[in-house]
Design a protein around this ligand. Structure first.
Ligand code: ZN
Length: 150
């Protein structure tokens, strides 16, 4: 488990320092804003989505290292996925961080995101990591509204 902890810390530090897919999206078709008042994380998800897939996904905003790393990893895995696939991965990730034991195949599907599996022991941090996903979920469902974890 220590290996996982090291990997987790490395991953969070790396993605917090050099977030992938960070910035505005000029040709966005969907945009949603999410807020986690418990920690002060604030995120905007920008999507270019058509009938087939998420062509582009970017995020902006500010928050703690976990919220930024989670958004950075999320945008990497979601880009190019269909809406159905994206919602499925959201469901898996949500189960992972809330402490549901996943099968090896499910963990494989989550790839790098599986480093978050110890997070269920830190309930307040679950909201940090989950914020971008709830915001994405709302954007995918075409709800142009503000999302709050509270
Ligand atoms: Zn946070």
């Amino acid at each position: 488990m220590d290996e996982l902890k090291d990997l987790y810390q490395e991953m969070v530090m790396d993605h917090n320092k050099n977030p992938r897919n960070f910035g505005e999206l000029k040709n966005a078709t969907h945009h949603t804003e999410g807020y986690n008042p418990l920690c002060g994380d604030h995120i905007h998800i920008h999507l270019n989505l058509d009938d087939k897939k998420v062509n582009e996904i970017k995020f902006t905003g500010d928050g703690c290292a976990i919220s930024k790393a989670s958004a950075s990893l999320m945008t990497g895995i979601i880009k190019g996925k269909s809406k159905q696939e994206s919602l499925r991965i959201f469901g898996l990730f949500h189960r992972l961080i809330t402490g549901v034991v996943l099968s090896d195949d499910e963990l494989k599907e989550l790839g790098k995101l599986s480093v978050f599996q110890d997070l269920c022991n830190f309930p307040s941090r679950v909201k940090c990591a989950g914020l971008c996903w709830h915001t994405l979920n709302s954007a995918l469902n075409n709800e142009n509204k503000k999302v709050s974890t509270e």
